[in-house]
Design a binder for this molecule. Sequence first.
Ligand SMILES: [Mn+2]
Length: 372
Amino acid sequence: MLGLRTLSMCFNKSTMCFLKKKHAHLDSLLKKAKPVQLDHSSRILILSDLHMGNGGRLDEFRQNAELLKTILESYYLEQKYSLVLNGDIEELFKFPLKSIASKWSDFYELFLKFRANGFFWKTYGNHDSALLDEKEYQLRSSLVESITFHYGKETLLLFHGHQASVLLWEAYSMLSRAVILFLRYIAKPLGLKNFSVAYNSRKRFSIEKSIYEFSNQAKIVSIIGHTHRPLFESLSKVDYLNYRIEDLCRTYSSTESERRQEIGNKITALKKELDACYKKGKIIGLRSGLYNHLPIPSVFNSGCTIGKRAITALEIEGGTIRLVCWYNGKRRPTFIDDRDHLPMELGDTGYSRIVLNEDSLDYVFTRLHLLT
Ligand SMILES: [Mn+2]
């Protein structure tokens, strides 16, 4: 009995220690972040996980490169947005920087143009932290580990997200060179994909959860990338659909009969989309929900730009934060019809943007303070 109790106490103690250590990393990101002041005229685009390669078959960036270039040039630059690239921009696990920089040099020039609109910052992730050793790197003066946006008295912290995994973080700092060489010369020829955290849903969940706990404790909003899964107000797509359906069911019963058909149709469409998510989840091990209680809107994730059909991104415009999706009109993702917002076509480019979710920062922080 005593043995078991001692064992469990030791276990709890080491778990606590582990959590403390994990949060200490995140805390230091908050302390040493590059500060940026937001105001009512701020316009900021946040992208992450481009995973740029050498333009060859294994380059995951390639398929959406044209789409990304077009929207940066013809939309965000023109609309006076500043730019944050939130980590894993270069895929240095698979390709040497030289080959990436020579293939995509026009993107480097394009990124730097955003300085004229306000700023251009770039955080590093686990796949491109080796940039710190590159003296000749073209975007070196924009490279930081974390950024804070100051919105009135409130703080938003931007970082890639891999720092939440202590084991990963420590392993990388000790073994990074060996890991990089292994991945570049052994994993690449074999076409191994599974080494990336993006493909492991349990790891993904534990990283999101620890950033969620940290953010709630510090009463800040964290904006991350890394897991390749978009989050808005701490909710994944599955969580969001669940809430929407519940909400519509409630509305349905209190609505006069003429409008019920329309709401009923919407519920059916959302239900179909949700079922499709669960079906897919069987294969990729999708986990719904970070929590079983009231969600606190403290974690946002921009998703990635290497999606099969689309690019997701976060926009901040004045006091509003949005999750948006850009796609090629010919290869339209299936969910688009069920949303409240209508897609906007970008001139005659064939590309469209749709707002997946949007809220005011005042609401986000009010809810954060009321519920933590
Ligand atoms: Mn990453």
